[in-house]
Design a protein. Sequence first.
Length: 110
Amino acid sequence: MTHPTTDKTVLLLGRRDVVIDDVKRQLDIPGVQLLGGTGIDDVRSAFAETTIDHVIMGAGIELETRLPLIREVFQASDTTTVHMKDRVTGSDGFLPFIRSVLRGLADYEL
């Protein structure tokens, strides 16, 4: 797996803290700082504290919640990318999805 050469901050959003915490424990990618959250207050807090390069959102978050989260991200930053997981693979697919997104973003530079 290719790793980013510069530090990136990724905000992982999921329905449950336990899933986010589990994923953060399993991912050890040099140059990537992982933050976690479950709602809009966590998004606001993360963007207030640091620059967020990428947001990866799990499928467990309902559409009615996803839309305001996406709006909040795009209002907070002109450079942050947002990636949303499919529903069919369930929570077991969250970790492979995150790995795939980060692998694909490794070469992405503004």
